[in-house]
Write a protein that binds this ligand. Structure first.
Ligand code: GLU
Length: 548
């Protein structure tokens, strides 16, 4: 269905240029609106769209019906459906439902999201999930009863892209505690609130090379970094507000396990020892109540998330601090960049160096079995499975992360151009030729000369025609884009007198719409024009253009 609707959309997009009397047509109100184009795309030739067909098509793009960005659309859909007898939407009703969120919806159906072909990508994710599911090694943490009670079979992966495309597989709705996965979040909040310089007056930036809960400071008597307990405890003394967590998760599930908090406090002798040591070494800002900070530290460890909600948190980090599903700016770019850097070097306990080497992505694990993984500019992932390896990382989670970068070119140092053995889900699939006609005509239509230059430079055929034999020159002439017309004629040496299906030339268009400047440019070419000459010129078009 994805392919079919994509094909339908391409056809519809082509229709836009069909007779290309846009000014008149727009005035007459017959130029198709985005809502109409979307209707034709989803309806696939039918008169009406059944509601379930719409939601199914929507989900295939990765959007959820519960996405806060689609609230108006979904509410209107609910109301509208009550007025229909058959639960289907005609063009008029459809328009009513989608118009408030048309920009996002158009983006989704034109495959403009970061993972354009989302369904095949999800199928790969499910395979990776299944592959790790069979692993049986590892131990569930048992130092507190709240962790010991988890079944070793629990296993979940959730992802959220920077465009808010969602996919989940496994036990993604079971709450668990962030534990150490909260460390990068509170560090990010501290930097967001106080800036890098202030935060790092108290905490270093270097991997410690020691276990996360070691009672040890660096040569300046500071904790090594904010991802180990000492650094995280100091970091706790720098932050105040909790509503950040809700914002990071786009208001999805964030809870608190009071029982875990109590247990952590009761069993937290090592953290108390670290606290007193930090206090002795004057590691906290002046006036800090160390025991209150320790309580806050244990509370932060006890924040509950689900795999789903945590994937949104990770996606906010992947998206430069903007929550993808609310659009809200939660963290400064500086805070996010710092955080990702330190997750990359220090996020995976004593496996951090190896993880950076093999996986090459920022991540942070926690004792509850979570791994918060970030693919910067692409997506956030939360993996969760309680059994831990000897270094304290989720066994299945590590397997998943490793497999992920073997399949896709997500490793920070994968070359995006030449490493053909790995998949790049960011790349657009589909019929490139049809797309290139659309891109070409669309650029001509909007007067986007710089896009046209790029196309010409990448040796696109600038004389391509749509199925009505319209060329970029026709479209630009009809729209009165003199600069585009000049570029096409002078730089690209396109045929100045192509005839479309109705026999019209670009000159006819320019005259018809009264674009006198375009008429003047075209006239020069018309008088010079002879077919042989143009064909000969065209062979040199690339060279001439490149030398401009
Ligand atoms: N509550 C644990 C501690 O501070 C967190 C452990 C972890 O997730 O690394 O010791």
């Amino acid at each position: 269905p994805g392919r079919a609707s994509e094909a339908a959309f391409l056809v519809i997009s082509l229709l836009m240029f069909r007779c290309c009397r846009p000014v008149l047509r727009r005035k007459a109100g017959i130029l198709p609106s985005l809502e109409d184009l979307l209707f034709y795309t989803i309806a696939e030739g039918q008169e009406k769209i059944p509601a379930h067909k719409f939601t199914t098509a929507l989900k295939a793009t990765g959007l959820r019906t519960g996405d806060p960005r689609l609230k108006e659309c979904m509410e209107m859909l609910k109301v509208t459906l009550k007025t229909t007898s058959d639960g289907a939407l005609d063009r008029h009703l459809f328009k009513k439902c989608v118009q408030s969120n048309i920009v996002l919806l158009t983006q989704a159906f034109r495959k403009k999201f970061v993972i354009p072909d989302f369904q095949p990508f999800c199928a790969h994710m499910d395979e990776l999930y299944d592959n790790a599911k069979n692993l049986s090694g590892g131990q569930v943490a048992d130092y507190i009863p709240q962790l010991a009670r988890f079944s070793p079979d629990l296993w979940a992966v959730a992802l959220c892209t920077v465009d808010g495309q969602r996919h989940t597989v496994g036990d993604t709705k079971v709450p668990f505690c962030l534990q150490s996965c909260v460390k990068p979040l509170k560090y990010a909040i501290a930097v967001h609130d106080h800036g890098t310089e202030y935060v790092h007056r108290f905490i270093g930036k270097e991997p410690s090379g020691l276990r996360f809960n070691k009672l040890f400071l660096n040569e300046d008597d500071k904790p090594h970094n904010p991802m180990v307990n000492a650094g995280a405890i100091v970091c706790t003394s720098l932050i105040k507000v909790m509503n950040f967590m809700n914002k990071l998760a786009g208001n999805e599930y964030v809870g608190f396990s009071n029982a875990t908090f109590q247990s952590e406090r009761e069993s937290g002798d090592r953290n108390f020892a670290i606290g007193y040591y930090l206090k002795e070494k004057k590691c906290f800002p002046e006036g800090t109540d160390m025991t209150a900070i320790l309580d806050f530290y244990f509370q932060l460890c006890s924040i509950e998330v689900t795999c789903e909600s945590a994937s949104v948190m990770a996606a906010t980090l992947a998206n430069g601090g903007f929550c993808p599903i609310t659009g809200e700016r939660v963290l400064s770019p500086e805070a996010v960049r710092n955080t990702l850097s330190l997750m990359h070097s220090c996020g995976m306990y004593d496996f951090s160096g190896q993880f950076a080497f093999h996986v090459g992505l920022p991540a942070k694990s926690g004792v509850a079995g979570g791994i918060l993984l970030v693919v910067p500019n692409v997506m956030g992932v939360m993996c969760w499975s309680p059994p831990l390896d000897k270094l304290g990382n989720s066994v299945r989670g590590i397997q998943f992360c490793t497999d992920l970068v073997s399949l896709f070119n997500f490793h920070n140092y994968d070359n995006l151009r030449h490493f053909a053995k790995k998949l790049d889900p960011r790349r657009e699939g589909g019929d490139q030729r049809v797309k290139s006609v659309i891109n070409l005509l669309f650029a001509a239509y909007t007067g986007d000369v710089s896009a046209l230059r790029r196309f010409a430079l990448s040796s696109m055929d600038m004389e391509q025609r749509d199925y009505d034999s319209r060329t970029a020159l026709h479209v630009a002439a009809a729209e009165g884009h003199a600069e585009v017309v000049r570029f096409l004629l002078e730089a690209c040496k396109v045929n100045p007198v192509p005839r479309d299906r109705w026999g019209n030339t670009p000159m006819d268009e320019a005259v018809h719409f009264g674009h006198h400047d375009v008429v003047t440019i075209l006239r020069d070419y018309h008088t010079q024009y002879s077919p042989q000459e143009t064909a000969a010129n065209k062979e040199n078009a690339d060279d001439i253009y490149l030398s401009m």
